[in-house]
Write a protein of this length. Structure first.
Length: 540
């Protein structure tokens, strides 16, 4: 598919500033004397059922346990996973009219309990994702499938009502969509949202979950029957480390072999640690300020636009991320092939912000806070705890809004309480939040911006609805021509910047500290660094 290739070629996972030497590097082993990799994530997963995933941390861990039909590699290229090849027009996997996608499955694949994997598992995963009783945020994506057929145990055929440009990454791609779950374990469950196997997962991947000490540690053991061959690393220990000081101390003492999302201001210190190499990886993770536009006063676009114009976003991005982030002015990054610089982003203009608030009827009082109809312009700013750049962002935003008479009270909460079936954002129990989007290289943002994706059926936590945006987004997805798609995404970027359901702040570059002796570790910030865990090895 030409548009898919173009999008992937546009993706650069840029490793920069790699430093450190092999001196002081270690080759850790477990109790059995076999090699182990110790890495860290900052939040405990809610569960490990790919159908229910809502956090980056869940995607991160699940990549080692489960497989999709295809997946992204470290270069942003789609490669086969449980499918034998990536469907394309050239190989006949995508029909000429773009409405039929055919996957041919690997033979001889077994679940980690020994049962055979077949097309029935794919069909079941699709069916349960579309079940309205399932808390699946990917329903907005999978709802595009008109019918899924399994003509034999090793063939899956997807029928669409219309061409869908992002089809390969949005359907059954483990690190950007969902992995396949075992029908024989879940079929007949009373409630898949609370099923035993959500915390005792059985996948087809290179590693199986041996132990989960909630809030502390997940231990993964190599799957000797993995279809890609037994992994060289016998064990992966995933530590839950939500404190940056603890994370840095563990890297410096060689108690971790991989640490990601390190606070940028810690990089100079880590570059001096022997046996550790430091890298920066460009991502498709955007940090932004989200307004719940179903809550007054954020249902007034003048208020939203004024608060956007009160923010010096370039300075906030630079200071909060110590110069490592890329300033954002759109729902698409400047390195996307569909990005347009002429996107109508609200400029930093505090005087104009004050005039807009005046026009909206918010009068500045003697206490420095604006009031309207006897109520102050006062609200809660939700932020996830445990990551210093986000805390710095929240403080900067709070100060800028205070300067124009808006009073934001910062409330920090753990990330895993923001999302999920009863999450603060998923259920709309917030005013404003320091938020993020996390996508692949394709410019499709339908699951964040379309009316059909309003939570809990997608990631549209802002409750934003625009008939024009819906129409343009769908039109962009119904063609495989990148030039046509770019024109629609230019319209979408301008409209979103006019309606301001959120204020883009920064595109992250993730900082990694990696044991210099660990080879073939390739950061994959779109979904999970564990995409090729079976290939990791230690060498001098």
């Amino acid at each position: 598919m030409t548009v898919r290739s173009a999008a992937l070629l546009a993706l650069v996972v840029a490793l920069a500033g790699c430093t450190g030497s092999s001196g002081g590097a270690t080759v850790p082993t477990n109790a059995a004397g076999k090699p182990v990799v110790r890495l860290a994530i900052n939040v405990d997963p809610n569960d490990l059922n790919p159908v229910l995933e809502t956090t980056l941390q869940e995607v991160y861990v699940e990549e080692a346990i489960f497989n999709g039909l295809v997946k992204y590699d470290g270069n942003g290229e789609l490669i086969p996973d449980l499918a034998t090849q990536v469907p394309s027009l050239r190989n006949g996997g995508i029909s000429r009219d773009g409405k039929t996608i055919t996957y041919h499955l690997r033979r001889g694949v077994r679940w980690q309990d020994g049962q055979p994997f077949t097309s029935a598992d794919v069909a079941y995963t699709f069916a349960v994702t579309m079940d309205p009783k399932t808390n699946a945020v990917y329903g907005a994506y999978f709802g595009r499938i008109k019918r899924l057929d399994t003509p034999d145990p090793y063939t899956v055929v997807i029928h669409l009502d219309a061409p869908f440009a992002d089809v390969l990454s949005d359907f059954f791609s483990c690190n950007t969509s969902i992995g396949i779950i075992p029908k024989h374990l879940y079929a007949g469950t009373a409630d898949i949202n609370r099923d035993y196997h959500n915390t005792h997962p059985v996948g087809t991947g290179p590693y199986r979950l041996e132990r989960w000490d909630h809030g502390s540690l997940l231990v993964l053991k190599a799957n000797p029957d993995y279809f890609g061959g037994r992994p060289a690393i016998d064990e992966i220990d995933i530590h839950i480390v939500n404190d940056q000081n603890t994370l840095i101390a563990m890297v410096a003492s060689h108690d971790l072999d991989v640490a990601s999302q390190i606070a940028p201001n810690e990089l100079p210190r880590l570059r001096g640690v022997a046996g550790v190499r430091v890298a920066l990886a460009r991502t498709y993770v955007e940090r932004l300020v989200s307004f719940n536009i179903s809550h007054p006063p954020f249902d007034d676009v003048r208020v939203r636009r004024a608060l956007a114009m009160a923010l010096d976003r370039r300075r906030i991005a630079a200071t909060a991320f110590a110069g490592t982030a890329i300033p954002a002015d759109s729902i698409l990054p400047p390195y996307s092939w569909a990005y347009t610089k002429d996107n109508g982003s609200p400029p930093f203009d505090a005087s104009a912000a004050n005039r807009l608030l005046d026009a909206a009827g918010w009068t500045l009082g003697g206490d420095g806070v604006r009031h309207k109809d006897g109520k102050p312009l006062s609200f809660t700013l939700i932020n996830q705890s445990g990551f210093a750049p986000l805390a710095a962002m929240a403080v900067e935003v709070q100060a800028a809004w205070r300067a124009v008479g808006a009073q934001a009270q910062i409330r920090e909460v753990p990330r895993n309480t923001l999302f999920g079936a009863n999450g603060i954002e998923s259920t709309g129990r917030f005013d404003v939040a320091i938020d993020n989007t996390a996508t692949d290289a394709d410019p499709d943002r339908s699951v964040y911006i379309e009316t059909s994706a309003i939570a809990p059926r997608g990631f549209n936590f802002e409750h934003y609805s625009s008939a024009d945006v819906d129409r343009w987004s769908e039109a962009a997805l119904r063609t495989y021509d990148p030039a046509v798609r770019s024109r629609f995404y230019a319209l979408i970027q301008r409209r979103l910047n006019a309606d301001v359901p959120y204020v883009p702040i920064a595109w992250e570059r993730w900082a990694y500290a990696i044991n210099s002796s660990l080879k073939d570790f390739e950061p994959e910030p779109i979904g999970s660094d564990l995409w090729n865990a079976q290939a990791w090895r230690y060498a001098p």
